[in-house]
Design a protein. Structure first.
Length: 329
């Protein structure tokens, strides 16, 4: 399954253990080191990528998911294993802090949690350490452009928040296609809104408008200080890349339903702490000045407790399941 970095031979088991050539992958904080690439790289066009190495647990913010179920992740993972069967082999690409990986392993999938960020994976491994997952979950640092995994060996690839972090998503999708079995599936987790009252919809609309206003002020403050933004970032391109290789998705509802009231707190936290891949490229001094500008603006317009402005949405977890197109077509 795993490919030896030195000789190219595949491993036979669930772990990237010592190869017959003598190479043993190093392990740091329970994470197998299957690449030496930096956690962020803008060096080569067509191979650029962002990462979350400087974000860590800040990614969850003040509304971290309940580790007992991890919000929609638990429902989506359970649904995926029901679809594929216990013992299926799943690659969670861009695993981050591990909510999909951990819940997949809990549900009975053999799971590879892959990410370019050592820090994110180390946190995920620490979170999983108290659970009896019995070797069903492996943490491995790897690059989405060149997966050290044998061709046609994976039942499903889950990719929730990674492809738009690349300047060449087509190359990463081609890697996903390479490692999937002929009947394998590409999967994204998501949510669908559930009915709310007019009053609840109004609460959510006011929250969303205010958060977008603060974000826009922050972006304008960055531009005013000479930061022009990312050289790339396009969900449209990601969607087109997926559509070239996979059929339109089957959208499956899960059994999970939830209520979300913390959009403002989470959104403001992400701005302030730069808890996103794209924000890692903003110079420290420019970010600090732009954030102070946005904070002052929000305080004047929405009050000193603007972070507590409530939102309200009801939602259910959904799976988007993409199947490989007929390559002969």
């Amino acid at each position: 399954m795993f490919i030896c970095r030195h000789c190219g031979s595949p491993s036979k088991g669930m772990l990237p253990e010592r190869c017959g050539c003598g190479h043993t992958p190093p392990v740091v904080d329970s994470v197998f080191q299957l690449c030496d690439d930096p956690p962020i790289s803008m060096a080569h066009e067509g191979r650029r990528y962002l990462g979350y190495e400087h974000v860590g647990e800040n990614y969850d913010g003040p509304n971290a998911p309940d580790p007992e179920e991890y919000g929609i992740f638990g429902g989506c993972s359970t649904k995926l294993v029901e679809l594929l069967g216990r013992g299926c082999l799943v690659l969670d690409l861009g695993a981050g802090l591990g909510p999909a990986s951990i819940t997949l392993a809990r549900a009975g999938a053999r799971t590879i949690a892959a990410d370019i960020s050592q820090r994110m994976l180390a946190v995920a491994a620490r979170r999983a350490a108290t659970e009896r997952l019995d070797g069903a979950l492996v943490f491995a640092r790897m690059n989405a452009y060149s997966l050290p995994i044998a061709a046609a060996s994976i039942d499903a690839v889950v990719a929730n928040d990674v492809l738009h972090q690349l300047d060449n998503p087509e190359a990463a999708v081609a890697e996903v296609l390479r490692v999937l079995k002929p009947a394998g599936v590409f999967v994204q987790y998501g949510s669908a809104g559930l009915p709310v009252t007019d009053e609840q919809a109004g609460i959510n609309r006011r929250c969303g408008d205010a958060l977008n206003d603060i974000r826009e002020h922050y972006r304008e403050a960055l531009l005013a200080r000479g930061y022009g933004g990312l050289p790339y970032s396009s969900w449209d391109r990601v969607t087109a890349s997926i559509a070239k290789c996979f059929t339109p998705p089957d959208v499956l509802r899960t059994g999970y339903e939830g209520v979300w009231t913390g959009a403002m707190a989470k959104g403001v936290h992400k701005l302030e702490t730069r808890a996103s891949g794209s924000a890692q490229l903003i110079p420290d001094a420019i970010h600090a000045a732009a954030w102070q500008d946005a904070h002052d603006y929000a305080t004047r317009k929405y009050g000193t407790n603007y972070r507590d402005l409530p939102g309200y949405s009801r939602y259910t977890g959904i799976l988007k399941v993409y199947r490989v197109r007929d390559r002969a077509a």
